[in-house]
Design a protein. Structure first.
Lengths: 427, 427
């Protein structure tokens, strides 16, 4: 069946009437190439089908939540067993305690856990806990770092008032001098410092921080007796079976989790050390569905798979294989890629591609050949992927490169005003 | 089997080690009578079983989400069918459009919908949309009204900085003069006014607003060209098959929904009128699980049941029956109740009970007889309840009143410091 997007177009048309812009948020295709489908009908393992039935090997993994494959049998069995007992009840099930114990046993710095729904619930609770602990106000975050879409952290300030940002100070990621300047700017009113495990911003190369940087953050937080908060929502359990900064040998006080911890079931978490137990206990945070048992049961099973399978080594191996194959193909067709970040969470940008027209055209080509790559957001491999999937992906990417080379002179400038604006901001 | 709480006590002990305070948020039993169970093992229809297997007729309905009974067969079938296709994917399913169309068709003032996870996601998005529309900053909310636990609205200010509240102005609910004073206080910088459908705060009588009050809010918002926002998260579809203020003949610009719209599956929503479409489109709001398809499929089926069944009339009838029966019993045993709010969302407090010791002792008695009443939070009937459940409830409540009368002279003062503090605040 030839690739078609008729049904998707009809849905987009219907959606525009009843949803502002037809879609919103990080899964909106507003900044993607024109043919990228907005609506999906099915997902299984590493595969995704759009509303028209086109099949893709999906390198977005739901923007992170899919770690063990869509509809993983073990995790879904645990979820259904709990659903038969009860989900959203007048109080939590014992699985809440099981899940907290599992997280605490796996995350070195964690002595306790609190569960919530959004990643930004966890980051907001971490900010509030840091302020409750210190009695101080200022929060330091990296320039451009994404910690959620709440007023204090959303990257788009439309409808946001200055007072929401009055206590947020920024530093350049992985730059000790810049961090020290931010600490001075806090003038003794510092409450906490946020860091993502590595820099994984959209429209930009990813950056792995140095051990020296991570140690410097730790040292500053110790000296000031304030919270070092690692925002592991996006990368959690994709780099390590522990907090991501454990790789650097640095333990935060608080870390934030979400996305993959229940393989797509809706749950996020803040975990922390004993020193912050009383502060975490003193804040008020809650939500209608925060204590639902099904995502917790799914989380318990996901954590078991994290402990007991080679999912991590496997996604790294497959990511390395994909990265090497793509570099080779790019060179063969006269292109050069900037492949950054951990290979299991790859960001793929093109050298000499200031308006990203090459990257956009290449992923649009790959899409038609059954591979869902992303032109500006880091991607996520998952443990349902196999070596055969990578081989199939490389066949598709080779065709995409060949078409890119053939069309090179005719590829139009990237004229999406939203993309142009983001590129300007990312520079 | 006699009532026991051994397993619950063991869980509470384990929980304290790995969860700050053992539990947090609105489902914490910290402010409830000592014997109230914290953990639950099962829920079905109108019934709930705690960790020790004690069975209750549950008048909390998960603090609102349970509208058609726990594990409603039609809704669960729709959820499972969608789970087999896909839940959290790289984009939404067509059910997102179906759900938006259903909400828009049912809510008179709504022309569009945006989905999220927490009630406070919806209220925060409404605030941001109101500011984006008006270009102004000040938000007016009723004193003590609960709009969520984000920094701008949480009732507990631990870890919250003054800047988070600098643009929030309060008024006395259902008091036009007080509202007008708040508008003057905004000094031309007003962005929007929040109102709950009725006053449903903890530790206080509920209050139905007058038509004149609702009309006055509408008139002010029209005159200032700012958003009237009804926070229908708690009461939505429990008073009407439309926005709750439709009963008063007043249409808001934006309303916020959550809790019961998918019968316990995690989803909330902001809906609004055409005039606010562009503003809603201009803000950035998203979350890892906001576009998951299972809660949307559950929502579509829940809305069908709302349209096609007599759930509303049934919960009102049962609520009236319960209310009349309790008043009669109270009088027979020499007590007097303050039963306020809609009978399907009853608040039951005792007259001449300043420290609530009577109310606390009565619900503790009822608990041992198989009925889960709440001493300080409004309750929620659900459509799985039957006349037989109400009869069984009234048998239990009668025994609870008889015990209360027998023990009256010996009931200890309510000495929980958290409760004392809340009572002081509610007065």
């Amino acid at each position: 069946m030839p690739w078609s997007n008729r049904k998707n177009s009809e849905l987009v048309e219907r959606a525009r009437r009843v949803i502002p812009g037809g879609m919103y948020g990080h899964e909106s295709t507003a900044l993607l190439p024109a043919d990228f489908p907005q609506f999906f009908s099915r997902a299984k393992g590493a595969r995704l089908w759009d509303a028209d039935g086109n099949e893709y090997i999906d390198y977005m993994s739901a923007y992170g939540p899919n770690l063990f494959g869509y509809g993983n049998a073990d995790i879904e069995a645990a979820a259904r067993k709990q659903a038969d007992l009860g989900d959203t009840m007048t109080g939590p099930s014992h699985v809440m305690v099981d899940l907290a114990e599992a997280l605490v046993s796996m995350i070195s710095h964690a002595d306790w856990a609190m569960f919530c729904k959004n990643g930004s619930d966890a980051t907001t609770m971490a900010m509030t806990t840091a302020r409750a602990y210190s009695g101080r106000s200022k929060i330091i975050v990296a320039v451009g770092a994404y910690h959620g879409s709440q007023p204090w952290c959303t990257p788009n300030r439309t409808g946001i008032v200055d007072d929401d940002r009055r206590n947020i100070i920024t530093y350049e990621y992985n730059n000790i001098e810049s961090l020290e300047a931010a600490v001075r700017q806090a003038e003794g009113d510092l409450a906490g410092i946020f860091a993502t495990p590595f820099r994984h911003e959209v429209f930009a190369d990813q950056m792995i921080p140095s051990v020296e940087f991570a140690q410097a953050v730790r040292k500053i937080c110790d000296a000031q007796d304030v919270a070092l908060i690692v925002d592991d929502v996006r990368a959690g359990f994709r780099l390590a079976r522990d907090c991501s900064w454990s790789i650097l040998g640095v333990q935060p006080d608080i870390s934030c989790w979400g996305k993959a911890i229940a393989n797509g079931h809706p749950i996020s978490a803040m975990v922390g050390s004993h020193r912050f137990y009383a502060a975490a206990r003193s804040i008020f945070a809650t939500g209608s569905f925060w204590f639902s048992a099904v995502p917790m049961a799914a989380g318990v099973e996901t954590l078991r798979l994290i402990r007991e399978t080679r999912y991590l080594e496997q996604t790294v191996d497959l990511g390395d294989r994909l990265r090497a194959g793509l570099d080779e193909q790019a060179a063969a067709f006269g292109f050069s890629l900037r492949q950054t970040g951990p290979s299991q969470m790859p960001q793929i940008l093109f050298h000499e591609d200031p308006d990203m027209r090459l990257g956009y055209a290449w992923v649009a080509n790959a899409l038609k050949h059954g591979v869902y790559f992303h032109p500006y957001h880091n991607m996520f491999l998952n443990a349902a992927m196999t070596a055969a999937d990578i081989d199939q992906t490389l066949q598709a990417s080779e065709r995409a490169f060949a078409e890119l080379k053939a069309d090179r002179a005719r590829i139009p400038a990237n004229e999406n005003p939203l993309v142009i604006a983001r590129l300007k901001r990312a520079r």
